[in-house]
Write a protein of this length. Structure first.
Length: 439
């Protein structure tokens, strides 16, 4: 448990990594996150009025969560303390609470910053609850994990969650240019726009990663004629691996996910595994891949194997808990499973047809007999009149019309005879036969 830092202290600054040296201390130097720190945004207003409330910053690494906490410390009249969720326990929290009570008795507010707050267990998080509620402390948490799952609901209800997004390519380039301009030892560094763009592309929206890359490249570049000249070609050689040249927002990104999808659709597990490995080894976000597999499970497998969606969602959760590289085999499992599953796109084509009709018939009213009669007036208008409760009928099936008249007898779902969907095809035929006999 330490007081965060003295903003006037410059001792040993030259030994700090570039990313630390370039950490903004005001919102004017902060790039990105316009929704929450831009003009008239909530956090800017809190800082300007010095009226800070408890909050949690949620977002991927290197997007400014910790920096925002430091800016709040720098620009508000509060005592600011930082706890490490890795090393601090309930004992340290209680000690800090006692300090905050002393500060409060002397008319001073206490802000407690907890980085990676999701690493605190339930008892540690619970220790904050009464003191956040009674104002002994203002809690600022930062997390890369979804706070809805990782932060106690009681604590979550007492804080405001702000979602920070990955920085744009333009934001990253501006951060790199600022570092080149404001770092004295970089006066003799020349780097072209293509190189800055390459660094921004491989950083995946992470400012810390981009600055670390820049620092490493500058450090290993030799001085020639009084300058360090960095070109895209030199940068590629310095990175020493094509892995780092994968642009997660570029053409190859979409080519690879397309190849993965189409290989699974074609029941080719070997090709699917290859393209999965290409993406993961290039630094692709495993959760992005997992989301695409969830989509595939319904779009290309569907009811031909209903367990496919369960497998895909399980893989997503495994990625969430394990992260890379441990989750690579979890994704490999579901990729092979989906590749070898029977295929059907009946659900996809059914929805596309239904959505087309839905957009064309937005003016259609729900049939009266399908509406709820909540009030007396509803009943007088005929809501619910003629409704047939299926459980009261033989086979629990009626011949009641559910579609609007303009779409009467329209068919969207046409099951195939692939895998388990053949059972649904048989069931649908039986249902249709029963309905015909009821007419």
């Amino acid at each position: 448990m330490n007081h965060l830092f003295d903003f006037e202290e410059e001792e040993h600054l030259e030994f700090k990594p570039l990313a630390d040296r370039m950490r903004p201390t005001t919102l004017d130097d902060f790039f990105g996150q316009e929704d929450i720190v831009g003009v008239n945004s909530p956090i800017r207003k809190m800082i300007e009025t010095d009226n800070i409330t408890s909050m949690i910053f949620w977002g991927p690494p290197g997007v400014g969560k910790t920096t925002l906490a430091y800016i709040i410390a720098n620009q508000t009249h509060s005592l600011f303390y930082e706890l490490s969720a890795v090393t601090a326990g309930v004992k340290e929290i209680k000690e800090l609470i006692e300090i905050s009570k002393f500060n409060k008795s002397n008319g001073k507010r206490t802000i407690v910053f907890v980085d990676e707050i999701h690493r605190f267990n339930k008892s540690q998080q619970d220790a904050f609850l009464p003191h956040v509620e009674n104002g002994n402390i203002i809690l600022i948490g930062a997390t890369t994990e979804n706070p809805s799952f990782e932060v106690n609901s009681a604590l979550l209800s007492r804080t405001k969650v702000y979602v920070l997004k990955s920085l744009s390519i333009e934001d990253i380039i501006n951060i790199l240019k600022r570092a080149l301009k404001e770092t004295s030892e970089y006066d003799k560094v020349e780097i072209d726009e293509d190189s800055l763009l390459l660094i921004a592309n491989i950083s995946n929206g992470d400012a810390r990663s981009a600055l670390n890359t820049l620092e490493n490249v500058v450090n290993i570049t030799k001085v020639e004629k009084g300058k360090k000249i960095i070109t895209k070609e030199q940068l590629q050689q310095s990175l020493q691996s094509k892995v780092f040249l994968y642009d997660k927002k570029g053409e190859e990104h979409y080519n690879l996910i397309s190849a993965l999808h189409k290989s699974m659709r074609n029941s080719d597990p070997d090709a699917a595994l290859y393209y999965l490995a290409r993406m993961l080894e290039s630094g692709e976000d495993p959760l992005y891949v997992a989301r695409r597999l969830i989509r595939f499970a319904s779009e290309d497998v569907g009811l031909a194997n209903p367990n496919a969606l369960v497998q895909a969602v399980s893989a997503y959760n495994a990625c969430h808990y394990n992260g890379m590289p441990e989750c690579n085999v979890n994704l490999a499992q579901v990729v092979v499973y989906l590749s070898l599953s029977p295929k059907s796109n009946s659900l996809y084509t059914a929805y596309m047809k239904a959505s087309s009709d839905a957009r064309a018939t937005m003016q259609e009213k729900v049939p009266l007999h399908l509406r709820n009669a909540v009030t007396k007036l509803d009943s007088e208008l005929g809501n619910g009149k003629g409704y047939q409760y299926a459980h009261d009928y033989e086979n629990r099936i009626t011949n009641m019309q559910c579609l609007p008249d303009s779409l009467k007898n329209k068919k969207y779902y046409h099951p195939t005879d692939s895998g388990h969907e053949k059972q649904f095809l048989d069931n649908l035929r039986k249902i249709e036969a029963i309905k015909r006999n009821l007419k």
